[in-house]
Design a protein around this ligand. Structure first.
Ligand SMILES: [Zn+2]
Length: 225
């Protein structure tokens, strides 16, 4: 499991990016969260690579969404990933947290900025008062994409993510975590940490690109308490 060291010192919050060892193959994520230090209850969205952000106030089904925002300790929110980017957000005023699932489609479509916007509304704060943590995801070492992927980003965000792309023949190597960092910065978030290795390189993590249909998923969670 990976943590942001500074966040572990915040007594009113628990968070973690679980690895393969802590992620149960049976999908019993609530047990994994409890073992990692939060009693739950855990709320997970049905991830669809879109831009819907669900506000969660009570346990239950939140439907299709790729980000979940909570403003009390009644729930802990999370996302599950295999190569996509898990992002955890907290506000310095302690009034809200969010978990975001960002694959290239969701990131290109705007789920990251939308989550920042909704969290600011829920917690009555500004992006400059949000802290972000980016967990393990596929790195540029293992992620080549076609030019249409870059064009999809460019259509919405211009050159905001330019530093995340390296030409590789007629394709690109995409550093998706750098792209997410640049999108967060573009939305006004100034404090951004990245933890953990490339999922495809590290056998401590599940990777869809490495293991294909046999790949499991790992949970990233955050909750107030
Ligand atoms: Zn790699």
């Amino acid at each position: 499991m990976w943590h942001v060291a500074a966040w572990r010192a915040v007594p009113t919050m628990a968070h973690g990016f679980l690895g393969r060892a802590e992620s149960p193959p049976n999908g019993r994520w609530a047990d994994a969260v409890e073992a990692a230090g939060h009693p739950g209850p855990l709320v997970l969205p049905r991830q669809v690579h879109g831009t819907t952000v669900a506000r969660v106030a009570a346990p239950g089904d939140v439907g299709d969404a790729d980000a979940v925002v909570a403003s009390s300790g009644d729930v802990v929110v999370g996302v599950v990933t295999a190569d996509c980017v898990p992002i955890l957000l907290r506000t310095r005023n302690g009034a809200g947290v969010a978990a975001v699932h960002a694959g290239w489609r969701g990131a290109a479509a705007g789920v990251v900025e939308r989550a920042v916007e909704v969290l600011c509304g829920v917690a009555a704060t500004t992006p400059a008062e949000i802290e972000a943590a980016i967990g393990p995801a596929v790195g540029p070492c293992c992620y080549r994409v076609g030019p249409e992927v870059r064009e999809t980003f460019q259509r919405r965000t211009g050159e905001t993510t330019a530093l995340a792309w390296t030409r590789d023949g007629d394709r690109y190597r995409l550093d998706l975590r750098t792209a997410v960092t640049l999108l967060l910065a573009g939305a006004g978030v100034r404090t951004i940490a990245t933890v953990g290795p490339c999922t495809s390189c590290s056998l401590e993590l599940h990777s869809y690109r490495r293991d294909a249909v046999a790949a499991g998923r790992q949970l990233s969670f955050i909750g107030l308490r």
